[in-house]
Design a protein around this ligand. Structure first.
Ligand SMILES: C[S@@+](CC[C@H](N)C(=O)[O-])C[C@H]1O[C@@H](n2cnc3c(N)ncnc32)[C@H](O)[C@@H]1O
Length: 320
């Protein structure tokens, strides 16, 4: 089997075009998927351990409390698929429970980050010798046609609040594309963050140790490494804002000065004025009504939801 390291997924040309489109637009933006090169994936793992970043530990506690119920509800003889699996650390909770119910289990983790998938394959191989792992390096936003060729009943995990990175319209389009590759009876497990006080939300995206800031700046560092650009990382600052009107956290890099960066592959000068921002990420925070609406619009029926006691995070099972 080819390891994911052998597959070059996001080519430098594709990245350069994304960067040109985003940084010559007004306002400037960069796609959040560019965060996840090898270093970005490692920094994300550190974020998940931060005291302020309640998302991962809250979702983990829900999975630990309800893994049996979730799998019972999903149905018998499941094949697991995970969109944006990363290193699949929380997925282990479901896999362990599933292996007690069925002795043959297949797992298809999908991610744009080959290094994160390599780590997932290594860890899962050590922990679960009976599990067969077939990693797929792909951008799931356009749908993943390979899912249509997987037989049996599928449970597609889309956890970690990844859905929150997309505008609600785009989230519906992505879920529809995924739904088209599923069959009647297949299930989706969606992990989404609930709207809550900005006193909890803002520190989760702007922690005291500056780990989230370094994750955000890594997007420019990656362009320096891979495209030979010359962004001065010290001349940008990390900003995390709660936009209550549209129920999302907004993440920016703000230029501290008038400056120019050069992008050699496109022979392009990118100019920034002092105070100008690059919008690097959104993280939508959902209500029950928003969850029901995106699932319904994308062709799923919500069957059951689980959440923690404070209702900070929710995990929702929906059927095709
Ligand atoms: C917030 S992390 C979540 C990881 C893991 N699911 C969890 O719950 O901890 C998002 C993951 O999705 C991957 N990702 C981001 N955009 C993607 C895309 N468009 N297609 C595939 N994977 C993507 C990233 O590489 C990263 O591993």
């Amino acid at each position: 089997m080819a390891t994911s390291k052998q597959l070059q997924f996001l080519s430098n040309d594709a990245i350069a075009l994304d960067v040109r489109d985003g940084l010559t637009a007004t306002p400037k933006r960069l796609p959040a998927k560019l965060f996840y090169d090898e270093i970005g994936s490692q920094i994300f793992e550190q974020i998940t351990q931060l005291p302020e970043y309640y998302l991962t530990r809250t979702e983990r506690s829900i999975l630990e409390s309800f893994a049996g119920e979730i799998l019972q509800q999903a149905g018998p003889s499941l094949t697991l698929v995970e969109l944006g699996a990363g290193t699949a650390t929380k997925t282990c909770i479901l896999i362990e429970e599933l292996l007690q119910r069925q002795n043959r289990t297949l797992f298809y983790p999908i991610d744009v980050s080959p290094s994160a998938l390599d780590e997932a394959v290594r860890q899962l191989g050590q922990q679960f010798p009976a599990l067969r792992v077939n990693p797929i390096v792909a951008d799931y936003t356009g749908g993943v046609p390979a899912l249509g060729r997987i037989g049996g009943r599928k449970l597609v995990l889309y956890i970690g609040s990844s859905i929150g990175n997309f505008e609600p319209d785009e989230a519906v389009r992505i879920l529809r594309r995924i739904r088209r590759t599923l069959r009647s009876g297949d299930a989706l497990l969606l992990g989404a963050d609930f709207a809550k006080s900005s006193k909890i939300l803002v520190p989760a995206y702007d922690d005291a140790q500056g780990v989230t800031a370094s994750f955000n700046k890594n997007i420019l560092a990656r362009l320096n490494r891979e495209l030979d650009a010359d962004f001065n990382l010290d001349a940008f600052r990390h900003i995390a804002l709660w936009n209550r009107r549209v129920s999302r956290m907004e993440i920016y890099l703000e230029s501290l000065t008038d400056q120019t960066a050069f992008l050699p592959p496109l022979d392009l000068d990118l100019t920034f004025q002092a105070g100008e921002r690059i919008h690097t990420e959104n993280s939508y925070k959902y209500t029950d009504a928003m969850i029901e609406s995106i699932l319904h619009e994308s062709g799923f029926t919500l069957e059951q939801s689980w959440c923690d006691r404070k209702k900070w995070f929710g995990v929702h099972l929906a059927r095709v």
